[in-house]
Design a protein around this ligand. Structure first.
Ligand SMILES: [Zn+2]
Length: 392
């Protein structure tokens, strides 16, 4: 582990300082304490005597990643204050740090519990990502599955605020915001067809926006997406493959609202893993088409997987984003600069530049040749500390 006193130099790698600039070949990233002190070619950055050096000559270095759609709602996170620190650290590493994620947005989980995880990481007790959370998501009445179904899904049975009118949506949002959440999440409809009452999204969004916090909406249909955008949503939390392609009305509303999308493409394949391959392919292709249309209309994309409901390995999500004709640089932006800008972290995160936090990923292979390489992580650094692999 890098100590605060000893500078750390990552030498010889290909460094993507941002998604838009040409990479530095045979580059050096010099880290002092939590921050990046210098970045440039080997000739331009002087490595101080006594610095710890890591040879990265066969590696690619980028800013560390954001997963903008995760959930800390699985049973393994329950009673977070009581999980022994080494075990909590291992659990976080297994699903996040080992894939390069040092920032996440949790889009519905029990806030009192998730706050414990966040605080134990923030205090330095447990290595892990920077956690933002919406806390408990707001749902239409009857939307939460039975305890038995939640048990099979591996999800803690904690009640979510059921919303029956707009005033209640405002009050529930205000309560969460007062309790310190970083955004508000609403489920526009239940899988069984129940809808949030008229005006609920707008009422909740007004409260969130008054506090300068973003609003996320889980849609099940294209109509839900439209309702979310018209109600003031900042982020659409999924594509909606069961409802067919997205039309001009949705894309126009997206542009007016300047909304972002977490596509969660691999989620559909995972949900349908017990179904016939032709059914899986048909739905995934529809979702890929929705993402392609969103990009074609100039929409912002934030990388997000719905971690907690899917396999933690993000490589298939990267491959499906590429299928939607996202370039490596666009995918890198969805992992770094786009979420940092959207969630107000761009002054400290998202690029490899002097003065920014040393949140970095060292990859074994060049992802510009194969985007799946974004999941082939050699090291993950958060604030200058190597958090993956443990003990490095
Ligand atoms: Zn989700």
């Amino acid at each position: 582990m890098a100590t605060t006193g000893t500078p750390l130099a990552l030498t010889g790698g290909t460094v993507y300082v941002s998604p838009t600039e040409e990479p530095i070949r045979d580059g050096v990233v010099l880290i002092r304490g939590e921050t990046i002190a210098a970045v440039g070619s080997r000739a331009s950055v002087e490595v101080p005597e006594g610095a710890r050096t890591v040879d990265c000559s066969t590696s690619t270095i980028t800013a560390a990643f954001w997963n903008s759609h995760v959930h800390f709602f699985e049973r393994k996170w329950a009673d977070a204050a009581a999980i022994p620190a080494p075990e909590l650290g291992r659990q976080l590493q297994e699903v996040l740090s080992r894939y390069g994620f040092t920032s996440v947005f949790d889009l519905s989980s029990h806030w009192e519990n998730t706050r414990q995880i966040r605080d134990r990481i923030a205090s330095g007790e447990v290595p892990g990502p920077r956690i933002r959370s919406t806390g408990d998501g707001l749902v239409p009445p009857g939307a939460v599955p039975s305890e038995q179904v939640l048990g099979i899904m591996g999800i803690m049975a904690t009640p979510l605020p059921e919303i029956t009118d707009a005033a209640q949506a405002a009050a529930a949002s205000r309560k969460l915001l007062d309790a310190g959440v970083d955004g508000i999440k609403l489920f526009a409809s239940s899988p069984r067809g129940g809808l949030l009452p008229h005006g609920a999204i707008e009422a909740a969004a007004n409260e969130a926006h008054r506090s300068g916090k973003p609003v996320f909406v889980h849609p099940n249909t294209g109509a839900d997406v439209l309702a979310a955008l018209r109600g003031g949503a900042d982020v659409i939390a999924h594509t909606t493959p069961r409802s067919g392609p997205w039309d001009e009305a949705i894309l126009t509303a997206m542009k007016e609202r300047r909304a972002a999308l977490t596509p969660t493409l691999a989620l559909w394949k995972f949900f349908l893993r017990h179904d016939r391959i032709s059914i899986q392919e048909s739905l995934v292709n529809t979702a890929v088409g929705q993402l392609r249309a969103w990009l074609g209309a100039g929409g912002t994309v934030l990388f997000g997987t719905d971690l907690g409901a899917v396999d933690p390995d993000p490589r298939e999500e990267y491959a499906l984003m590429a299928e939607a004709e996202m370039s490596f640089r666009q995918i890198l932006a969805s992992l770094t600069t786009a979420p940092a800008e959207r969630f107000g972290g761009a002054a400290l995160l998202g690029r490899v530049a002097p003065g920014l936090q040393a949140d970095l990923v060292v990859l074994n292979r060049d992802p510009s040749k194969d985007v799946r390489a974004l999941a082939d992580v050699r090291y993950t650094l958060r604030g200058g500390q190597i958090v993956y692999p443990a003990g490095a």
